[in-house]
Design a protein around this ligand. Sequence first.
Ligand SMILES: Cc1cc2nc3c(=O)[nH]c(=O)nc-3n(C[C@H](O)[C@H](O)[C@H](O)COP(=O)(O)O)c2cc1C
Length: 350
Amino acid sequence: MVTLSNSLKTKLSTPLKIGALEVKSRVLQSPLSGVTDLVFRRLVRRYAPDSMMYTEMVNATGLHYVKHLPKIMEVDPLERPISIQLFDCRPDFLAEAAIKAVAEGADTVDINMGCPVNKITKNGGGSSLLRQPEVAESIVREVVKAVDVPVTVKTRIGWNDKEITILDFALRMQDAGAKMITVHGRTRAQGYNGNARWEWIARVKEVLSIPVIANGDIFSVESAVKCLEQTNADGVMCSRGTMGYPFLVGEIDCFLKTGEQLPPPTPVQRLECAKYHLQALYEYKGDRGVRQARKHMTWYAKGFSGAADLRGHLSVIESVHQGVELIDRTIEQLMNGYEVEEELEVIALV
Ligand SMILES: Cc1cc2nc3c(=O)[nH]c(=O)nc-3n(C[C@H](O)[C@H](O)[C@H](O)COP(=O)(O)O)c2cc1C
């Protein structure tokens, strides 16, 4: 049984203020490269109508050299509030990209200062900006000058255990004009391993006046509440917990607003959602969408007997038809199983 302290309840009942923007939810869907495309965000939005969504990160240098906006930057006017996330180390390219993001409909522009991937850090972007705070500062200043929507930053607590620099870094970002900061409680060296160190997020919250969003290891209503209690953060951002589970942001948001814990979706409901996801990805991206859907499908297929087998088959689907057939067959088997179980329960009661 999860409970929310009264002080937290009072604080969380007000909108999240990101500069002049008011968001009616304290739970955010994180940017996830290769995951949070328009199709996925629409699914999350279904269950979390008020929450802030983020695009996958967009390369500002890449954007400088292309005529057309990449598909990952495409935003549906119905999915607002939405943030377009950019990465790079060049303030001028980032400012230019931010202008394009706003023209596309971004309510905020987020700068990625946390990505640990070598390909990004060796070019000076992502978490390597933690080691170049002056560059990070000038990025924020230039982007703030370029657009009239709030500019936000998503980062980590430091480069490694010897360089946990988040307190100074976060203050610099605030001074440069960032209107919100999301802190993933891991160092770059940690990657996605070990626990997120929420205690550092609590310290950031103590020294900043802009909203601080806690990120890392939010996998359930329980962990979200624990994190909010421990950090006093202004909101939580869900990441890996939403992969194959687009219900999470809505579940947490509902609990924070009403104190009600929604029943988790049944395996059949998850599979229905997987099927819709697959079909929507195909409609949006064609065969490439089917290939991208494979990983999503394996994330959905969990928590029932036979799930491992299904995952194996779904991980190699070649067509939408094949995937739908596999899912439909499993749903049918599960439905039959439930009927049997229900009958057994009734028989046991008599
Ligand atoms: C597959 C994957 C893709 C990610 N892509 C992005 C991204 O594009 N931008 C970003 O800021 N963080 C990205 N992240 C980091 C997450 O947003 C988040 O900070 C991290 O997973 C920690 O939260 P968690 O422990 O709840 O998963 C990515 C993480 C994963 C696992």
